[in-house]
Write a protein that binds this ligand. Structure first.
Ligand SMILES: [Zn+2]
Length: 443
């Protein structure tokens, strides 16, 4: 025993890459179940937060709800020396835009930006939704507490802002409450357009929609399972890119999928008790969420949500029918589970905002050669790079090699045909960028 220990000591490298970052445990432990419960309760108590509901009342309707959310962000900012830029971003949606817009309405998002010190224009975004609904999507007066859908995601976003406001980051983090989700994803569409217009460099969107239910319609009860939905490739890809994929691969390696794998890996590393499920689809079968408008605009974005949904508790008039209690009410929310998924978000926001950006212009070569080779543009602030590879049928980046502060590398004896490859940039504290899949080839 003793000998082995001594041997290990002597062979330990001086520089340890990829070490545990203890700040992540601070972040996880700082997320409060009690505050999340309070905030979900406050949001549910606005009666309805339907996008078309009353905006003048101070106690009921979406106007009161968004003013309260803005006040919370302002309060958080006041406690951190004005570290957040808080504002409304809004767009007028005209009556008849679709069947769910029965009158002209301002779709108003509440945005809070924690500005990065090194990359102020580079953003990682966490979103939840402000609005709620009942059975009839156009009923904007009935009680629609939307406790899980989506006060849970909204409360998680506010809580993540509280926790991360205590730290400083190189890249900017945005915490946003989006509106108009149930009427046709209008808030996300509006903010994505705003981002394009402002030239925001968005690393990705972590959209939280329903993070509070642990009792599924399938009979499964689990406070550890959760899902990360991501589309395979961006809908904005060009015909040339699509054609290149036939020959070089990448069908399951778009930017949103890399973000999903990042969240999966961070969770496995820092919250190993959780069971993240990578779901290889844009969203639930035929259903929608607010990450999609960002995907439509060419940005990476994933949906984080509970694994076991209960459809009697979503988009339902509150009632009892055949002994079943319908409605999205507080009683069905597991606040401790919402806390866990909030922590998942917070560590991923922090890791991406602390890590250097992913390398650009990653190219791969090695056709009819015994070794795959990669090259990339160096990233300012990266201490080294990490090449990842995996079998073509595997979902996660299971193999890796640290390759130092270089801009090209040959993986001896690794044949290009049998694996997929990617490159991540690693910062001085060991935190990594998302993996960049090669976008070019060379001989
Ligand atoms: Zn919904």
């Amino acid at each position: 025993m003793k000998k082995t220990f001594l041997y290990l000591l002597l062979t330990l490298p001086i520089v340890v890459f990829g070490q545990t970052d203890v700040r992540m445990y601070d972040i996880i432990n700082s997320v409060s179940t009690e505050r999340i419960e309070q905030d979900i309760t406050t949001l549910a108590n606005f009666g309805t937060r339907h996008t078309l509901s009353d905006t003048l009342s101070q106690t009921r309707g979406i106007g009161a709800a968004r003013r309260w959310i803005k006040a919370e962000f302002d309060k958080i900012s006041a406690a951190c020396n004005s570290c957040l830029e808080v504002f409304y971003q809004k767009d007028l949606v005209k009556e008849g835009e679709n069947r769910r817009i029965v009158k002209d309405v301002w779709v108003v998002n509440v945005v809070a930006i924690k500005r990065g010190s090194k990359y102020p224009n580079r953003f990682i975004i966490m979103s939840g939704d402000i609005d709620s609904r009942v059975s009839d999507p156009n009923d904007f007066t009935s009680d629609a507490p939307g406790a899980n859908d989506n006060a849970s995601g909204m409360a998680g976003t506010i809580e993540a802002a509280r926790v991360l406001s205590k730290f400083n980051f190189e890249s900017s983090i945005i915490f946003v409450g989006l509106s108009g989700e149930e009427q046709g994803l209008f808030g996300g569409k509006g903010l994505a357009a705003y981002a394009k217009e402002k030239g925001w460099d968005i690393v990705g969107v972590l959209n939280n929609d329903m993070i509070g239910n642990i009792t599924g319609v399938d009979g499964v009860v689990s406070n550890r399972d959760f899902r990360i939905f991501s589309e395979p490739v961006p809908p904005t890809e060009s015909e040339d890119q699509r054609r290149a994929r036939r020959f070089y691969g990448g069908e399951v390696d778009g930017i949103s999928r890399q973000l999903a794998r990042y969240v999966h890996k961070m969770t496995k590393t820092y919250m190993p008790e959780m069971n993240p499920m990578l779901i290889y689809r844009l969203d639930r079968f035929g259903r929608g969420g607010h990450h999609r408008p960002f995907n439509d605009a060419g940005f990476a974005g994933v949906r984080i949500m509970e694994a076991h949904e209960n459809y009697t508790q979503q988009h339902q008039d509150i009632r009892i029918e055949d002994g079943i209690a319908y409605g999205d009410v507080l009683e069905h929310v597991n606040f401790d589970y919402a806390k866990k998924l909030t922590a998942v978000n917070a560590i991923n926001l922090a890791a991406i905002a602390w890590a250097p950006p992913a390398p650009e212009n990653v190219a791969i070569g090695g056709i009819v050669e015994p070794s795959a080779k990669l090259k990339w543009d160096k990233v300012d602030g990266a201490k080294c790079y990490k090449i990842y590879w995996r079998y073509t049928t595997y979902p996660t980046w299971d193999n890796h090699k640290y390759v130092g502060d270089v801009s090209e590398f040959t993986l001896n004896g690794i044949v290009i045909d049998n694996y997929f490859f990617g490159v991540a940039a690693v910062g001085p504290d060991g935190l990594e960028s998302p993996v960049a899949f090669p976008s070019g080839v060379f001989r």
